[in-house]
Ligand binder design. Structure first.
Ligand SMILES: Cc1cc2nc3c(=O)[nH]c(=O)nc-3n(C[C@H](O)[C@H](O)[C@H](O)COP(=O)(O)O)c2cc1C
Length: 187
């Protein structure tokens, strides 16, 4: 079975990302067609990019980069859970993506975004940047509204139809993540 990492894309105190990621994980583990694990950026406290060589060289100086590299290399696909910050994803997630290169390649990814417009701009920016590191982004997306999926803009109460959207997105990640296996094996 392939292994999918659910990346918690905010490290802010009081973040919503953790609750949203746990909701995705709890739905995902019922499937049985892949393994699903949370990947919390708080557990990988990367500084602003401090590697001398570009990540494409794969020669990392720092233990924090090697730890992050091992974690991402161990996965076959991703669900990025991202809020929208100033019409994009979070700085901490962009920085974490920039630290690596080959570890992302030939893996499938989907997005669970949230914001006043469903975090759509955050997910679109992520799709652009992940294309650069050869991630295959699936079309299905879960776009949660701060107005209707968070009571009082705070308590996460997703609309019932969101579960179906998660299922569709995970179906696509699992099928592409599995289909891309030969490319990962050859790399
Ligand atoms: C720095 C910052 C910028 C934000 N910019 C946007 C924005 O452009 N669009 C939007 O819909 N929400 C924006 N928000 C609201 C966030 O989507 C909302 O606070 C969300 O809960 C943040 O996710 P988190 O709690 O997991 O960190 C912004 C929040 C912060 C902290």
């Amino acid at each position: 079975m392939i292994k999918i990492g659910i990346i918690v894309g905010s490290t802010r105190p009081g973040r919503k990302a953790e609750t949203v990621a746990e909701w995705v994980r709890d739905l995902a583990v019922k499937r049985g067609d892949a393994e699903f694990e949370l990947v919390d950026l708080r557990d990988f406290p990367l500084p602003h990019l401090d590697e001398t060589l570009p990540a494409a060289f794969g020669q990392y100086e720092h233990p924090h980069t090697r730890a992050w590299s091992e974690r991402i290399a161990s996965l076959d696909g991703f669900v990025f859970v991202t809020p929208e910050y100033n019409s994009s994803t979070t700085g901490v997630l962009k920085n974490a993506i920039d630290f690596l290169y080959a570890e992302w390649a030939d893996k499938a990814a989907g997005f669970v975004s949230y914001g006043v417009d469903g975090g759509a701009r955050a997910a679109e920016h992520l799709r652009q940047m992940l294309g650069r590191v050869k991630v295959a982004d699936v079309s299905a997306q879960v776009a949660l509204s701060l107005y209707t999926d968070f009571e009082g803009f705070t308590d996460f109460k997703p609309a019932a139809h969101r579960e179906e959207a998660v299922t569709t997105m995970l179906d696509q990640i699992v099928s592409w993540g599995t289909a891309l296996r030969p490319l990962r094996a050859a790399a």
